[in-house]
Write a protein that binds this ligand. Structure first.
Ligand code: SF4
Length: 216
């Protein structure tokens, strides 16, 4: 490891710890993991063997290999990133996520003050985060931590938006330019913005923070 790595690690850890304190004040439970493997193990431990787990569009969860690990140990995983799935099947899976026992997802951004910020195209991910599953687990790398809501909204559009447009192979201006051009409502994938200022009243929400880069 580079001799210059430790300040970056410390920077990330301090930001995770500050965000965790703020999230707790807003009704979220939190874990600050040691690293990505520790995060994956703590998430697996927090999910029951018989829980039906909804996993919406999230790169972070897949980077932690949790779709495979949950399926391998016998959990029913409800996801819609399925090769060759029909539109009807994708819709059925998305609806299934709304009634899963546990929703496992990430967030486009969160703030040092403990707010979660997400921008969706379809809306199934943010809908399930707000209401439906009794438990929601949000896992986020420290790269997702913004100073405040304006910075969180900016990162959601200026970083997550273009990279997701590229990942999906969409013909969007940001996918070609590499930055958000605030395209027209008729073309945008940034359709629905949800800011959680505290944990929803009827949902147990656990936020797992990882002092590493994860997701977009
Ligand atoms: S607003 Fe348009 S250009 Fe900006 S990230 Fe969203 S889809 Fe891309």
């Amino acid at each position: 490891m580079s001799e210059y790595q430790w300040p970056r690690d410390q920077f990330y850890r301090l930001r995770c710890e500050k965000a965790a304190r703020s999230l707790q004040e807003r009704g979220f439970s939190t874990i600050v993991a040691e690293d990505r493997e520790d995060a994956a193990e703590q998430i697996l431990a927090a999910i029951g063997a018989k829980d039906r787990v909804g996993i919406p569009g999230t790169v972070t969860v897949r980077e932690l290999d949790l779709v495979r690990r949950l399926s391998a140990r016998g959990n029913e995983v409800i996801e819609h990133w399925l090769p060759d799935a029909s539109a009807e099947e994708v819709r059925r899976q998305r609806l299934g996520q709304l009634t899963s026992d546990v929703l496992l997802t990430s967030t486009n951004a969160l703030t040092l003050e403990g707010e979660l910020v997400n921008i969706d195209g379809t809306g199934n991910r943010v809908a399930a985060m707000v209401f439906g599953p009794q438990r929601v687990i949000v896992v986020a790398g420290a790269n997702k931590i913004a100073h405040d809501i304006p910075e969180a909204l900016e990162r959601s559009k200026r970083i997550a938006g273009p990279i997701n447009a590229m990942r999906l192979g969409l013909d969007k201006p940001c996918a070609k330019a590499g930055y958000c051009v605030e395209c027209a409502p008729s073309t945008t994938i940034c359709a629905i913005t949800v800011i959680m200022e505290r944990a929803p009243s009827d949902t147990d929400m656990l936020v797992v923070l990882v002092p590493e880069d994860l997701g977009y």
